[in-house]
Design a protein around this ligand. Structure first.
Ligand SMILES: Cc1cc2nc3c(=O)[nH]c(=O)nc-3n(C[C@H](O)[C@H](O)[C@H](O)COP(=O)(O)O)c2cc1C
Length: 167
C-alpha cells in the first residue's frame, strides 16, 4: 500500500505541472477592443454539438468581457509561438496592447484570429458555472480555421516545449 501525501495548494500545483498540455490564447472582442489570455485549461467536451470547456480566473481582464459578449476564439498555439504565450500571460503588458495587428485578424463574428495558430475555434458561450476563483465556460464551436501542417506547443513543468510535426 502507498500512502499519498495530504493535499495542499502547493502539492496540487506541483501535481498539475506534470500534466503536459496544449497551449491556447482565448480572445474576445469588446466593441473593437481585443482582450485575451494564455490558457491551458481547455478541454474537448462533446462532438454533438461540437463543444469545449474553458476555465478562466475571474480576476483576469478577459473574464467579464466573456460573460457579456458570450463570444470567444480559442487559438491553439503552434510550436513557434512561445513568445505569444508569454506575452498573453504577462502582467507587464495587458489588454488590447497584447495584440500585434500584423499577427491577428478577425473572423466574421468579430472574434480575434491568430495567424499561424494550428486551429482557431470561434465559440459561443452557452453556459457557465463558478468553482472557487474560476469560471467554467461551456462553449459551442461555430466556425473553425485550421492550419494542420505545423507542430504544436506544449506546456510541461512550467516550461514551453515545441513539438515538431512528424507527419
Ligand atoms: C502556461 C499558462 C497557462 C495558463 N492557463 C490559464 C488558464 O487555464 N486559465 C486562466 O484563467 N489563466 C491561465 N493562465 C494565467 C493567465 O494567462 C494570466 O494570468 C494572464 O495574465 C491573465 O490575463 P490578464 O493579465 O489580462 O488578466 C495561464 C498562464 C500560463 C503561463
Amino acid at each position: 500500500m502507498i500512502t499519498g501525501k495530504p493535499i495542499s495548494s502547493d502539492m496540487f500545483k506541483q501535481s498539475m505541472r506534470f500534466l503536459a498540455g496544449g497551449v491556447c490564447i482565448l480572445a474576445t472582442n469588446n466593441d473593437g477592443d481585443w482582450n485575451g489570455l494564455t490558457i491551458t485549461a481547455v478541454c474537448s467536451l462533446t462532438i454533438d454539438p461540437p463543444s469545449l470547456v474553458a476555465c478562466v480566473n475571474r480576476n483576469t481582464g478577459t473574464h467579464g468581457i466573456m460573460c457579456r459578449t458570450k463570444r470567444v476564439s480559442i487559438n491553439v498555439l503552434s510550436y513557434d509561438q512561445t513568445d505569444i504565450a508569454e506575452l498573453f500571460s504577462s502582467s507587464a503588458v495587458r489588454g488590447p496592447q497584447r495584440f500585434d495587428k500584423d499577427k491577428w485578424t478577425e473572423m466574421a463574428s468579430g472574434v480575434p484570429v491568430l495567424l499561424g495558430a494550428l486551429a482557431v475555434m470561434d465559440c459561443e458561450v452557452v453556459q457557465q458555472t463558478s468553482v472557487g476563483q474560476h469560471s467554467v465556460f461551456f462553449c459551442e464551436v461555430k466556425n473553425v480555421v485550421l492550419q494542420p501542417d505545423r507542430g504544436a506547443l506544449v506546456h510541461f513543468n512550467q516550461k514551453f516545449f515545441p513539438v515538431q510535426s512528424v507527419c
